[in-house]
Design a protein around this ligand. Structure first.
Ligand code: SF4
Ligand code: SF4
Length: 350
């Protein structure tokens, strides 16, 4: 029998404020969820565990990641306990458990800490700019190296150890017997889920348009990363690379703008609750793509030398994204959900 954490309910409220204690365990949410199966049943079980304070069971569970937040369970819950939003809250909580640095917990729980962290990164970038005398060529060169180094170091120092911790909590500690061959066989599923998130199409409430928007965002974001980092978009002479950069950055900021509007309008179940980390994610993704687009326009119009502030704004947004949102914020959903699908497949293969 797992030990009960009597403070768990209170602790969870720091990750999002909903009244899940209203649940009277009718099971309606699990019945309506198109992704819940006999072998992997949710969200009712996760609601019960949260109320009872069974945090260790939640920590070793992959179920919060198997929910794609279509919102159908919340719409039909007779007690307005918002089980769909609780699954989102549990995903935030799990991110902090996987994160060995503990920084995710600080940023998720405190808006003030997040604002201070964003401000410190901005100040750091301005200090670097000052030491480079705000020289255009030197800053463009440095910015390019920063992109490469930040991708490698965030992955190797933060994300990789955190994925290993997730594997430890969900596979090793649960004593799941998975043979080595199964790990290899399921790798293709990991890649497919990571790039397509195709399981979300099984949600009855999900529409193909929303899935397509998500799919284009993922592909557009990865292409933009590739074009700016590996094809050096801001310095390229190639017309193909130049226009590809314009197209993908425009694609990312236009779709993300639509996501921001949806959150403002709150006209869908999934947008009723927005944690600061949700806002940071959509706004920074929009700003990053939009500012990259503007920088390239200024370069092409030969205006960048007299307007280095445009590049400074872009590099501040990029640094905040790379140093805060990617390693410790909502971006990690992209990674953990894909690995949850992978680990779940491994457990099912036992
Ligand atoms: S969360 Fe709502 S629908 Fe689900 S078991 Fe509780 S009361 Fe029923
Ligand atoms: S939000 Fe949708 S996918 Fe998630 S538990 Fe509820 S019904 Fe299932």
């Amino acid at each position: 029998m797992s030990k009960v954490n009597t403070n768990f309910s209170t602790d969870l409220k720091k990750y999002g404020s909903i009244n899940f204690n209203e649940c009277y365990n009718c099971g309606n949410c699990t019945a309506v969820c198109s992704l819940s199966t006999e072998e992997s049943s949710f969200p009712r079980e996760m609601v019960r565990y949260s109320i009872l304070g069974l945090d260790k069971d939640i920590k070793s569970s992959l179920k919060p990641w198997l929910c794609y937040y279509c919102g159908e369970c919340s719409e039909t819950c007779p007690r307005v306990a918002n089980p769909g939003e609780l699954m989102m809250i549990l995903r935030r909580w799990l991110i902090t458990k996987y994160d060995w640095t503990g920084l995710s917990g600080v940023l998720f729980k405190s808006l003030t800490a997040s604002i201070v962290a964003f401000a410190l990164v901005a100040i750091l970038v301005i200090i670097v700019g000052f030491f480079k005398q705000f020289n255009t060529e030197a800053l463009l060169h440095l910015g390019h190296y920063f992109e490469m180094i930040s991708i490698a170091s965030v992955f190797l120092i933060i994300l990789l150890p955190n994925i290993i911790r997730m594997w430890w909590f969900t596979i090793i500690k649960t004593k799941a017997k998975v043979n080595f061959l199964s790990y290899l066989k399921a790798i293709w599923d990991l890649i497919v889920h990571m790039f397509t998130q195709k399981r979300s199409l099984e949600c009855e409430e999900e529409n193909t348009f929303r899935w397509l928007e998500h799919f284009l965002i993922v592909i557009g974001y990865l292409l933009l990363l590739f074009i700016t980092v590996f094809l050096d978009w801001f310095a390229t002479e190639s017309k193909i690379v130049l226009w590809s950069g314009y197209i993908v950055s425009a694609l990312v900021f236009i779709i993300t703008f639509d996501f921001v509007l949806d959150r403002i309008k709150k006209n869908k179940e999934i947008n009723k609750f927005s944690h600061p980390s949700d806002w940071f994610f959509v706004i920074w993704l929009f700003l990053m793509a939009f500012s990259a687009f503007v920088v390239r326009v200024f370069i092409d119009a030969h205006l960048i030398d007299n307007n280095i502030w445009v590049y400074m704004v872009h590099i501040i947004i990029l640094a905040q994204w790379a140093m805060l949102i990617v390693p410790f914020g909502k971006w990690t959903h992209f990674l953990y959900r894909s690995f949850a699908m992978y680990f779940d497949k491994l457990k099912m293969s036992q």
